[in-house]
Design a binder for this molecule. Structure first.
Ligand code: SAM
Length: 249
């Protein structure tokens, strides 16, 4: 089972960096505000950020009182920016795949991941590994692309419009065929993994997690004012966010 490291591809990295540098994007307008509302208290807590990218969230955890943070990422390019722009003495950045986290010989109060789990094939194993790394009553909070988005082979889900050009519905397919998807995003053959909603929740439950909250973020008024395209989220959600607690097996 090989992990693709697409963020180290120069063309992909440049495109993605440009997208994230904009004030108006789905991260800033939709996914991050919803994640922040669901974050458990971090004062004095230890945090592991899986697929931490450029480290922006790691710094936020420290600002919110976390005692120390480990950010891991498979991409050297993303981590080199994190080490420069999101440096803090209580943050450690490690270049590793989250498929190898069982090798981390530590315990955490919070495992966090923003928009990275859809790059992972074996979600059941990942859930078990995370469960083992958490302290009792520790939390996992993650976001991923919504299964309605990852479903269609080749990423060819699309909106349908009425005669006046207004988007009215969204077409997707292959929902009940979980597995690898290769999509075009800045470059060809970006690998993602589709899982059904039930497979996702059942993997967490099987690992021993108690699912406390599930969110398919709806855009807020302030965000739609800045970016009317967010009205599309009422047709279909872009993200799935889950907050789960380590229970007793
Ligand atoms: C969409 S970016 C999100 C980055 C960051 N979490 C954020 O919200 O700004 C996804 C990140 O997941 C990382 N990633 C993908 N597969 C990974 C893996 N197997 N192990 C660790 N990181 C991975 C990528 O390198 C990239 O930095």
């Amino acid at each position: 089972m090989s992990n693709q490291n697409i963020f180290d591809n120069e063309i992909f990295f440049d495109g993605y960096s440009e997208l994230r540098s904009r004030e108006i994007n789905s991260n800033n307008m939709l996914e991050q505000p919803a994640m922040k509302e669901m974050l458990p208290k971090q004062t004095g807590k230890t945090v592991l950020d899986l697929g931490c990218g450029c480290g922006a969230n790691c710094v936020e955890f420290i600002k919110s009182g976390a005692s120390n943070v480990i950010g891991i990422d498979i991409s050297e390019k993303m981590l080199s920016i994190a080490k420069e722009k999101a440096f803090h003495k209580s943050i450690e950045y490690i270049n590793m795949s989250m498929t190898d986290i069982s090798a981390l010989n530590r315990k955490f109060d919070l495992v966090y991941s923003s928009l990275a789990f859809h790059y992972i094939e074996d979600f059941e194993k990942l859930c078990k590994d995370i469960y083992d790394l958490l302290n009792e009553n520790g939390y996992l909070l993650f976001s991923q692309e919504h299964p309605l988005i990852t479903a269609t082979i080749n990423g060819n889900g699309h909106y349908n419009k009425d005669e006046s050009g207004r988007k009215i519905s969204y077409t997707f397919s292959n929902y009940n065929e979980p597995g690898e998807r290769k999509v075009h995003w800045y470059v060809d053959d970006v690998k993602k993994y589709h899982r059904t909603f039930s497979d996702t929740i059942n993997a967490l439950s099987k690992a021993g997690f108690i699912v406390e909250e599930v969110c398919e973020p709806q855009p807020k008024g302030w965000a739609m004012e800045k970016w009317p395209a967010l009205y599309d989220e009422f047709i279909k959600p872009s993200f799935l966010i889950v907050k789960a607690r380590k229970g007793q097996l």
